[in-house]
Design a protein around this ligand. Structure first.
Ligand code: GLV
Ligand code: MN
Ligand code: MN
Length: 428
Protein backbone atom coordinates (compact mmCIF):
# COMPACT_ATOMS: atom_id res chain seq x y z
CA UNK A 1 0.00 0.00 0.00
CA UNK A 2 1.08 3.57 -0.58
CA UNK A 3 2.35 5.14 2.63
CA UNK A 4 0.86 8.44 3.72
CA UNK A 5 3.51 11.07 3.03
CA UNK A 6 5.13 12.68 6.07
CA UNK A 7 3.54 16.06 5.33
CA UNK A 8 0.22 14.45 6.12
CA UNK A 9 -0.08 15.55 9.64
CA UNK A 10 -3.35 14.48 11.24
CA UNK A 11 -3.74 18.11 12.28
CA UNK A 12 -5.52 20.53 9.97
CA UNK A 13 -4.38 24.15 9.93
CA UNK A 14 -6.94 26.15 11.93
CA UNK A 15 -7.82 28.57 9.09
CA UNK A 16 -8.30 25.72 6.65
CA UNK A 17 -10.58 23.87 9.07
CA UNK A 18 -12.49 27.09 9.76
CA UNK A 19 -13.09 27.87 6.10
CA UNK A 20 -14.31 24.35 5.29
CA UNK A 21 -16.50 24.22 8.40
CA UNK A 22 -17.96 27.61 7.44
CA UNK A 23 -18.76 26.29 3.98
CA UNK A 24 -20.56 23.26 5.45
CA UNK A 25 -22.71 25.60 7.57
CA UNK A 26 -23.50 27.83 4.58
CA UNK A 27 -24.58 24.71 2.69
CA UNK A 28 -26.84 23.63 5.57
CA UNK A 29 -28.60 26.98 5.06
CA UNK A 30 -28.87 26.40 1.30
CA UNK A 31 -30.39 22.94 1.76
CA UNK A 32 -32.81 24.32 4.35
CA UNK A 33 -34.45 26.31 1.52
CA UNK A 34 -35.37 23.05 -0.24
CA UNK A 35 -38.53 22.60 1.76
CA UNK A 36 -42.04 21.35 1.07
CA UNK A 37 -43.56 23.57 3.79
CA UNK A 38 -44.00 27.35 3.87
CA UNK A 39 -42.01 29.14 6.55
CA UNK A 40 -40.13 26.09 7.81
CA UNK A 41 -37.97 23.12 6.84
CA UNK A 42 -39.55 19.85 5.77
CA UNK A 43 -38.04 17.52 3.21
CA UNK A 44 -39.36 14.01 3.10
CA UNK A 45 -38.41 10.88 1.26
CA UNK A 46 -39.03 10.90 -2.50
CA UNK A 47 -40.34 14.46 -2.53
CA UNK A 48 -39.41 16.96 -5.28
CA UNK A 49 -37.22 18.64 -2.68
CA UNK A 50 -35.43 15.34 -1.97
CA UNK A 51 -34.64 15.09 -5.67
CA UNK A 52 -33.34 18.66 -5.81
CA UNK A 53 -31.35 18.15 -2.61
CA UNK A 54 -29.61 15.10 -4.10
CA UNK A 55 -28.88 17.08 -7.27
CA UNK A 56 -27.39 20.08 -5.48
CA UNK A 57 -25.41 17.95 -3.01
CA UNK A 58 -24.03 15.85 -5.88
CA UNK A 59 -22.58 19.01 -7.46
CA UNK A 60 -20.77 19.74 -4.18
CA UNK A 61 -19.47 16.17 -4.12
CA UNK A 62 -18.19 16.52 -7.70
CA UNK A 63 -16.50 19.82 -6.83
CA UNK A 64 -14.76 17.98 -3.98
CA UNK A 65 -13.25 15.53 -6.49
CA UNK A 66 -15.76 12.70 -6.10
CA UNK A 67 -17.64 10.55 -8.57
CA UNK A 68 -21.33 10.59 -7.72
CA UNK A 69 -24.33 8.33 -8.13
CA UNK A 70 -27.77 7.74 -6.69
CA UNK A 71 -28.63 4.18 -5.65
CA UNK A 72 -31.82 2.19 -6.27
CA UNK A 73 -33.70 3.55 -3.22
CA UNK A 74 -32.61 7.20 -3.53
CA UNK A 75 -29.49 7.40 -1.34
CA UNK A 76 -26.91 9.82 -2.74
CA UNK A 77 -23.27 8.68 -3.00
CA UNK A 78 -19.93 10.34 -3.71
CA UNK A 79 -16.64 8.47 -3.99
CA UNK A 80 -13.09 9.68 -3.60
CA UNK A 81 -11.29 6.83 -5.30
CA UNK A 82 -8.35 4.93 -3.95
CA UNK A 83 -5.46 4.30 -6.36
CA UNK A 84 -5.91 0.63 -5.46
CA UNK A 85 -8.72 -0.67 -7.68
CA UNK A 86 -9.34 -3.59 -5.27
CA UNK A 87 -9.59 -1.32 -2.28
CA UNK A 88 -12.34 -1.75 0.31
CA UNK A 89 -14.74 1.05 1.22
CA UNK A 90 -14.89 3.40 4.20
CA UNK A 91 -18.32 5.07 4.34
CA UNK A 92 -18.88 8.45 6.01
CA UNK A 93 -22.16 10.34 6.05
CA UNK A 94 -25.61 10.83 7.53
CA UNK A 95 -29.10 11.65 6.20
CA UNK A 96 -30.57 14.39 4.01
CA UNK A 97 -34.27 14.07 4.92
CA UNK A 98 -35.94 16.03 7.72
CA UNK A 99 -38.89 15.89 10.10
CA UNK A 100 -41.69 18.48 9.57
CA UNK A 101 -40.71 21.96 10.82
CA UNK A 102 -37.15 20.77 11.34
CA UNK A 103 -33.89 22.44 12.20
CA UNK A 104 -31.14 22.84 9.61
CA UNK A 105 -28.53 20.44 11.02
CA UNK A 106 -30.02 17.07 12.01
CA UNK A 107 -28.38 14.67 9.56
CA UNK A 108 -27.57 17.34 6.99
CA UNK A 109 -24.47 18.61 8.79
CA UNK A 110 -23.06 15.07 8.98
CA UNK A 111 -23.30 14.71 5.19
CA UNK A 112 -21.83 18.13 4.50
CA UNK A 113 -18.93 17.61 6.93
CA UNK A 114 -18.18 14.28 5.25
CA UNK A 115 -18.00 16.12 1.91
CA UNK A 116 -15.60 18.66 3.45
CA UNK A 117 -13.38 15.85 4.76
CA UNK A 118 -13.30 14.34 1.27
CA UNK A 119 -12.59 17.78 -0.25
CA UNK A 120 -9.67 18.22 2.17
CA UNK A 121 -8.31 14.73 1.49
CA UNK A 122 -8.46 15.53 -2.23
CA UNK A 123 -6.92 19.00 -1.88
CA UNK A 124 -4.14 17.78 0.45
CA UNK A 125 -3.49 14.76 -1.81
CA UNK A 126 -4.01 12.18 0.91
CA UNK A 127 -3.44 8.79 -0.71
CA UNK A 128 -6.23 6.49 0.35
CA UNK A 129 -5.84 2.73 0.77
CA UNK A 130 -9.66 2.54 0.57
CA UNK A 131 -12.42 4.23 -1.41
CA UNK A 132 -13.79 7.07 0.68
CA UNK A 133 -17.55 6.88 0.10
CA UNK A 134 -19.73 9.73 1.31
CA UNK A 135 -23.42 8.87 1.68
CA UNK A 136 -26.48 11.10 2.03
CA UNK A 137 -29.17 8.72 3.27
CA UNK A 138 -32.63 9.21 1.80
CA UNK A 139 -34.90 8.49 4.77
CA UNK A 140 -33.72 8.35 8.35
CA UNK A 141 -36.70 10.10 9.90
CA UNK A 142 -39.50 7.88 8.60
CA UNK A 143 -41.79 10.87 8.31
CA UNK A 144 -43.57 9.96 5.11
CA UNK A 145 -44.25 6.21 5.20
CA UNK A 146 -44.41 5.35 8.93
CA UNK A 147 -41.30 3.24 8.55
CA UNK A 148 -37.81 4.49 9.06
CA UNK A 149 -34.11 4.02 8.16
CA UNK A 150 -35.27 3.06 4.66
CA UNK A 151 -32.00 4.03 2.94
CA UNK A 152 -29.64 2.42 5.43
CA UNK A 153 -31.76 -0.72 5.76
CA UNK A 154 -31.63 -1.13 1.99
CA UNK A 155 -27.80 -1.11 2.20
CA UNK A 156 -27.98 -3.78 4.90
CA UNK A 157 -30.32 -5.85 2.67
CA UNK A 158 -33.16 -5.30 5.14
CA UNK A 159 -35.54 -3.39 2.90
CA UNK A 160 -38.90 -5.10 3.38
CA UNK A 161 -40.72 -5.47 0.02
CA UNK A 162 -44.04 -4.93 1.87
CA UNK A 163 -42.96 -1.34 2.46
CA UNK A 164 -43.66 -0.66 -1.23
CA UNK A 165 -47.39 -0.94 -0.45
CA UNK A 166 -47.40 1.54 2.45
CA UNK A 167 -49.37 4.70 1.65
CA UNK A 168 -48.46 8.19 2.75
CA UNK A 169 -51.17 10.46 4.20
CA UNK A 170 -52.22 11.44 0.65
CA UNK A 171 -52.75 7.80 -0.33
CA UNK A 172 -49.59 7.57 -2.49
CA UNK A 173 -47.82 4.23 -2.11
CA UNK A 174 -44.07 4.04 -1.69
CA UNK A 175 -43.98 2.13 -4.98
CA UNK A 176 -45.71 4.99 -6.81
CA UNK A 177 -43.56 7.61 -5.10
CA UNK A 178 -40.42 5.74 -6.18
CA UNK A 179 -41.67 5.61 -9.75
CA UNK A 180 -42.49 9.34 -9.69
CA UNK A 181 -38.97 9.99 -8.37
CA UNK A 182 -37.49 8.06 -11.31
CA UNK A 183 -36.54 4.89 -9.42
CA UNK A 184 -37.40 1.27 -10.24
CA UNK A 185 -39.04 0.01 -7.02
CA UNK A 186 -38.38 -3.70 -7.57
CA UNK A 187 -34.65 -3.02 -7.93
CA UNK A 188 -34.28 -2.23 -4.22
CA UNK A 189 -32.11 -5.34 -3.60
CA UNK A 190 -29.42 -3.82 -5.83
CA UNK A 191 -28.82 -1.13 -3.21
CA UNK A 192 -27.54 -3.78 -0.75
CA UNK A 193 -23.82 -3.65 -0.04
CA UNK A 194 -21.34 -6.53 0.06
CA UNK A 195 -20.17 -6.53 3.65
CA UNK A 196 -16.83 -8.09 2.69
CA UNK A 197 -15.94 -4.83 0.95
CA UNK A 198 -16.69 -2.60 3.94
CA UNK A 199 -14.19 -1.27 6.47
CA UNK A 200 -16.64 0.73 8.51
CA UNK A 201 -19.20 3.52 8.70
CA UNK A 202 -18.54 6.83 10.47
CA UNK A 203 -21.29 9.36 11.19
CA UNK A 204 -20.99 12.85 12.60
CA UNK A 205 -24.27 14.17 14.02
CA UNK A 206 -25.53 16.85 16.35
CA UNK A 207 -26.20 15.37 19.79
CA UNK A 208 -29.88 16.47 19.82
CA UNK A 209 -29.78 16.39 23.63
CA UNK A 210 -28.27 18.32 26.56
CA UNK A 211 -25.41 16.07 27.72
CA UNK A 212 -22.39 17.71 26.01
CA UNK A 213 -23.62 21.16 26.89
CA UNK A 214 -23.99 20.13 30.53
CA UNK A 215 -20.32 19.06 30.67
CA UNK A 216 -19.25 22.08 28.63
CA UNK A 217 -17.75 20.08 25.78
CA UNK A 218 -17.95 20.57 22.02
CA UNK A 219 -17.67 16.91 20.99
CA UNK A 220 -18.45 13.45 22.31
CA UNK A 221 -17.82 9.88 21.22
CA UNK A 222 -20.91 7.69 21.04
CA UNK A 223 -20.80 4.35 22.85
CA UNK A 224 -24.21 2.94 21.85
CA UNK A 225 -27.48 3.88 20.18
CA UNK A 226 -30.76 3.23 21.98
CA UNK A 227 -33.06 0.55 20.60
CA UNK A 228 -36.42 1.76 19.32
CA UNK A 229 -39.78 0.37 18.33
CA UNK A 230 -42.64 2.20 16.65
CA UNK A 231 -46.27 1.21 16.18
CA UNK A 232 -49.56 2.65 14.96
CA UNK A 233 -52.29 1.78 17.47
CA UNK A 234 -55.97 2.05 16.53
CA UNK A 235 -59.02 1.86 18.76
CA UNK A 236 -62.37 1.39 17.06
CA UNK A 237 -65.73 1.97 18.71
CA UNK A 238 -68.91 3.44 17.33
CA UNK A 239 -69.17 6.70 15.48
CA UNK A 240 -72.34 8.57 16.40
CA UNK A 241 -74.23 11.83 16.98
CA UNK A 242 -72.54 14.10 19.54
CA UNK A 243 -75.90 15.50 20.66
CA UNK A 244 -78.08 12.43 20.90
CA UNK A 245 -75.83 9.66 22.21
CA UNK A 246 -75.89 9.55 26.04
CA UNK A 247 -72.48 9.47 27.70
CA UNK A 248 -72.98 5.99 29.14
CA UNK A 249 -73.84 4.51 25.74
CA UNK A 250 -70.75 5.72 23.89
CA UNK A 251 -67.83 3.80 22.43
CA UNK A 252 -65.60 6.81 21.93
CA UNK A 253 -62.30 5.81 20.29
CA UNK A 254 -60.73 9.26 20.78
CA UNK A 255 -61.35 9.23 24.52
CA UNK A 256 -59.86 5.71 24.59
CA UNK A 257 -56.73 6.88 22.76
CA UNK A 258 -56.45 9.87 25.10
CA UNK A 259 -56.54 7.54 28.11
CA UNK A 260 -53.98 5.27 26.48
CA UNK A 261 -51.70 8.24 25.68
CA UNK A 262 -51.64 9.23 29.34
CA UNK A 263 -51.08 5.61 30.41
CA UNK A 264 -48.08 5.40 28.02
CA UNK A 265 -46.65 8.57 29.54
CA UNK A 266 -47.01 7.21 33.08
CA UNK A 267 -45.52 3.80 32.24
CA UNK A 268 -42.43 5.40 30.66
CA UNK A 269 -42.10 7.90 33.53
CA UNK A 270 -42.02 5.06 36.04
CA UNK A 271 -39.56 2.91 34.07
CA UNK A 272 -36.22 2.62 35.82
CA UNK A 273 -33.45 3.00 33.22
CA UNK A 274 -34.23 6.15 31.28
CA UNK A 275 -36.72 4.50 28.92
CA UNK A 276 -38.83 6.95 26.89
CA UNK A 277 -42.16 6.63 25.06
CA UNK A 278 -43.90 9.21 22.89
CA UNK A 279 -47.30 9.55 21.25
CA UNK A 280 -46.61 12.13 18.55
CA UNK A 281 -49.56 11.68 16.20
CA UNK A 282 -53.29 11.30 16.66
CA UNK A 283 -55.80 10.84 13.88
CA UNK A 284 -59.50 10.71 14.76
CA UNK A 285 -62.09 9.64 12.19
CA UNK A 286 -64.42 10.81 10.80
CA UNK A 287 -62.96 13.93 12.42
CA UNK A 288 -65.91 16.30 12.91
CA UNK A 289 -66.79 18.46 15.92
CA UNK A 290 -70.28 17.00 16.26
CA UNK A 291 -69.43 13.34 15.62
CA UNK A 292 -68.11 10.83 18.18
CA UNK A 293 -64.86 9.45 16.71
CA UNK A 294 -65.44 5.89 15.51
CA UNK A 295 -61.77 5.04 14.96
CA UNK A 296 -58.75 6.81 16.34
CA UNK A 297 -55.12 5.98 15.59
CA UNK A 298 -52.11 7.08 17.60
CA UNK A 299 -48.42 6.60 16.93
CA UNK A 300 -46.10 5.11 19.53
CA UNK A 301 -42.33 5.57 19.61
CA UNK A 302 -40.55 3.81 22.52
CA UNK A 303 -36.82 3.62 23.19
CA UNK A 304 -34.37 2.18 25.71
CA UNK A 305 -30.64 1.66 26.05
CA UNK A 306 -31.06 -2.10 26.19
CA UNK A 307 -33.48 -4.45 24.52
CA UNK A 308 -34.80 -6.11 27.72
CA UNK A 309 -35.90 -2.74 29.14
CA UNK A 310 -37.63 -1.89 25.87
CA UNK A 311 -39.48 -5.22 25.77
CA UNK A 312 -40.59 -4.77 29.38
CA UNK A 313 -41.95 -1.28 28.71
CA UNK A 314 -43.74 -2.36 25.53
CA UNK A 315 -45.31 -5.37 27.24
CA UNK A 316 -46.70 -3.04 29.91
CA UNK A 317 -48.02 -0.62 27.27
CA UNK A 318 -49.67 -3.43 25.32
CA UNK A 319 -51.46 -4.82 28.38
CA UNK A 320 -52.61 -1.33 29.31
CA UNK A 321 -53.99 -0.87 25.77
CA UNK A 322 -55.85 -4.19 26.02
CA UNK A 323 -57.33 -3.21 29.38
CA UNK A 324 -58.49 0.22 28.15
CA UNK A 325 -60.02 -1.32 25.03
CA UNK A 326 -61.87 -3.90 27.13
CA UNK A 327 -63.19 -1.38 29.67
CA UNK A 328 -64.41 0.97 26.93
CA UNK A 329 -65.75 -1.75 24.65
CA UNK A 330 -63.37 -0.82 21.83
CA UNK A 331 -61.45 -2.99 19.37
CA UNK A 332 -57.69 -2.73 19.47
CA UNK A 333 -55.50 -2.97 16.38
CA UNK A 334 -51.71 -2.79 16.77
CA UNK A 335 -49.39 -2.45 13.72
CA UNK A 336 -45.65 -2.51 14.29
CA UNK A 337 -43.95 -0.11 11.87
CA UNK A 338 -40.32 -0.08 12.99
CA UNK A 339 -37.96 -2.07 15.18
CA UNK A 340 -34.28 -1.44 15.73
CA UNK A 341 -32.26 -3.17 18.40
CA UNK A 342 -29.92 -1.17 20.61
CA UNK A 343 -26.53 -1.05 18.88
CA UNK A 344 -23.04 -0.77 20.37
CA UNK A 345 -20.56 1.44 18.51
CA UNK A 346 -17.32 -0.29 17.53
CA UNK A 347 -14.65 -0.06 20.27
CA UNK A 348 -11.81 0.52 17.79
CA UNK A 349 -13.62 3.38 16.08
CA UNK A 350 -14.41 4.89 19.49
CA UNK A 351 -10.68 4.72 20.33
CA UNK A 352 -9.76 6.22 16.97
CA UNK A 353 -12.14 9.17 17.48
CA UNK A 354 -10.84 9.62 21.04
CA UNK A 355 -7.20 9.68 19.77
CA UNK A 356 -8.17 12.16 17.06
CA UNK A 357 -9.79 14.35 19.73
CA UNK A 358 -6.58 14.16 21.79
CA UNK A 359 -4.49 15.25 18.77
CA UNK A 360 -6.75 18.28 18.57
CA UNK A 361 -6.55 18.92 22.31
CA UNK A 362 -10.20 18.11 22.65
CA UNK A 363 -11.78 16.12 25.43
CA UNK A 364 -13.79 13.15 24.19
CA UNK A 365 -16.54 12.38 26.68
CA UNK A 366 -18.33 9.11 25.97
CA UNK A 367 -22.12 9.21 25.71
CA UNK A 368 -25.00 7.08 24.49
CA UNK A 369 -27.42 8.24 21.81
CA UNK A 370 -31.11 8.40 22.64
CA UNK A 371 -31.91 9.36 19.04
CA UNK A 372 -31.96 6.82 16.25
CA UNK A 373 -29.41 6.98 13.44
CA UNK A 374 -28.61 5.24 10.17
CA UNK A 375 -25.59 3.73 11.96
CA UNK A 376 -28.07 1.38 13.70
CA UNK A 377 -28.98 -0.26 10.41
CA UNK A 378 -25.44 -0.22 9.02
CA UNK A 379 -24.12 -1.97 12.16
CA UNK A 380 -25.56 -5.19 10.68
CA UNK A 381 -22.94 -5.11 7.91
CA UNK A 382 -19.86 -3.33 9.30
CA UNK A 383 -18.37 -1.65 12.39
CA UNK A 384 -19.93 1.77 13.07
CA UNK A 385 -18.81 4.84 15.00
CA UNK A 386 -20.43 8.20 15.74
CA UNK A 387 -19.04 11.58 16.74
CA UNK A 388 -21.50 13.95 18.40
CA UNK A 389 -21.45 17.75 18.24
CA UNK A 390 -22.92 19.77 21.11
CA UNK A 391 -26.55 20.92 20.63
CA UNK A 392 -27.14 24.30 22.30
CA UNK A 393 -30.10 23.97 24.67
CA UNK A 394 -30.30 20.29 23.71
CA UNK A 395 -32.84 21.37 21.10
CA UNK A 396 -33.53 19.31 17.98
CA UNK A 397 -36.42 18.38 15.68
CA UNK A 398 -37.33 22.04 16.02
CA UNK A 399 -36.52 25.22 14.02
CA UNK A 400 -34.43 26.48 16.96
CA UNK A 401 -31.96 23.61 16.49
CA UNK A 402 -28.47 25.18 16.44
CA UNK A 403 -24.74 24.56 16.47
CA UNK A 404 -21.77 26.65 17.60
CA UNK A 405 -19.54 27.49 14.63
CA UNK A 406 -16.35 26.70 16.53
CA UNK A 407 -17.73 23.26 17.53
CA UNK A 408 -18.26 22.49 13.85
CA UNK A 409 -14.64 23.46 13.09
CA UNK A 410 -13.53 21.14 15.88
CA UNK A 411 -15.68 18.30 14.55
CA UNK A 412 -14.26 18.71 11.06
CA UNK A 413 -10.69 18.75 12.42
CA UNK A 414 -11.32 15.61 14.47
CA UNK A 415 -12.97 13.82 11.56
CA UNK A 416 -10.04 14.69 9.28
CA UNK A 417 -7.53 13.60 11.94
CA UNK A 418 -9.43 10.32 12.32
CA UNK A 419 -9.13 9.74 8.60
CA UNK A 420 -5.37 10.40 8.51
CA UNK A 421 -4.76 8.30 11.63
CA UNK A 422 -6.81 5.48 10.13
CA UNK A 423 -4.86 5.62 6.85
CA UNK A 424 -1.60 5.52 8.80
CA UNK A 425 -2.87 2.57 10.86
CA UNK A 426 -3.85 0.60 7.74
CA UNK A 427 -0.51 1.35 6.10
CA UNK A 428 1.62 0.43 9.11
C1 GLV B 1 -34.52 10.26 14.47
O1 GLV B 1 -34.24 11.44 14.48
C2 GLV B 1 -35.11 9.67 15.62
O2 GLV B 1 -34.38 9.33 16.56
O3 GLV B 1 -36.34 9.60 15.64
MN1 MN C 1 -30.73 12.51 12.46
MN1 MN D 1 -33.98 13.45 13.32
Amino acid sequence: MTPVSPQHSPLLAKELAQSHAKRSLERCKILSTLSQMQGGIHREYLSKQHKECNRVTATWMSDAGMQTWQDEVGNLWGRLESTDPNAKRLIIGSHLDTVPNAGAYDGILGVLLAIEVAALAHKLKLELPFHLDVVGFCDEEGTRFATTLIGSKALANEFDPQWLNIEDTSGVTMRQAMLDFGLTPDDFTKAALNKNQLLGYWETHIEQGPVLESVNQALGVVTAIAGAKRAMISLTGQSGHAGTTPMNLRQDSLAGCAELTLAIEQLAKHAKNGEVATVGQIHARPGATNVIAGTTTISLDARAQNDQDLTKLLTAIQSSAEQIAKQRNLTLDWQWTHAADAVACDEKIQQLFASACKFNQQASPALASGAGHDAMAIAAICPVGMLFIRSPGGISHHPAEAVIDDDVTKALSVLYSSLVLYVKELNS
